[in-house]
Design a binder for this molecule. Structure first.
Ligand SMILES: [Fe+2]
Length: 247
């Protein structure tokens, strides 16, 4: 029987919760089929009319359908619901504090929402495995940035956002994946998403642990400053973004 951060569910609540989740999954499945159909139709129509660069309305429509796909990733685990949207919100705030232009912030929003889209290609049994992953399973998980980058590869207007998807698990010290890029050779926007992705993961409840307090999460960011994360960005995030959040 699953537990929550407030305690164990009793049997009746557990069955109710299962029923609710089952209905939600049926709805998601239906929406997913519709979205895939709309995405392909839109992409096919853009190609058919010879648009190499879709207009702003089509970009937004296309982005919405792809974004909706990411909600299916979040929905695989109720604990990670809204993760992609939260990451986008934090990434845009940090990007603003670091002086990015409006155009760069738009690319940031797209890339941040889509950062884990490659998880679509990872089996659920591995993504949601409650215990420790084997080395082989971890290697499969490590494939999600490259899978995501290839999903976005044919979409011209998401060219800038692709860097975020492909490099959000690189580490500042070069020990990340998929390429082991180091320091400023990691694309700027991907360094931003690396920080805010960790922040949202630490400050949200997960199936295997409750959310960390803000103080503990800040300490973890500081511990990773210069090794996992870009130190200047960590400082800006703590001083400008976190300090402006209501507690
Ligand atoms: Fe990821």
């Amino acid at each position: 029987m699953p537990s929550t951060c407030s305690g164990l569910l009793d049997e009746g609540s557990y069955i109710e919760e299962l029923k609710k989740q089952n209905n939600e999954l049926l709805n998601i499945n239906y929406r997913l089929q519709r979205m895939i159909y709309q995405t392909y139709s839109l992409y096919a129509s853009l190609n058919h009319t010879g648009h190499s660069s879709p207009d702003i309305n089509n970009k937004e429509a296309y982005f919405k359908t792809i974004t909706a796909l990411t909600s299916t990733i979040d929905a695989k685990d109720t604990y990670t619901r809204n993760h992609s949207k939260n990451v986008a919100r934090y990434a845009v705030s940090l990007g603003k504090s670091l002086g990015l232009s409006e155009k760069e912030l738009t690319g940031m929003r797209y890339g941040a929402v889509l950062h884990d889209i490659g998880k679509i290609g990872i089996p659920d049994a591995i993504l949601n495995k409650p215990g420790k992953l084997t080395e082989d399973e971890f290697k499969i998980i490590m494939g999600h940035p490259s899978i995501g980058a290839s999903i976005l590869a044919p979409i011209d207007f998401l060219k800038d956002s692709r860097d975020i998807v492909e490099h959000h698990h690189e580490r500042y010290d070069g020990c990340g994946y998929p390429f082991g890029l180091k320091g400023e050779s990691i694309p700027f926007a991907a360094r931003i998403v690396g920080i805010v992705d960790s922040w949202d993961a630490m400050t949200s409840d997960r199936s295997y642990r409750c959310a960390l307090s803000r103080e503990k999460a800040i300490r973890q960011l500081e511990d990773g400053s210069g090794s996992q994360f870009d130190p200047i960005m960590v400082k800006t995030f703590i001083n400008s973004v976190i300090s402006s959040l209501s507690s």
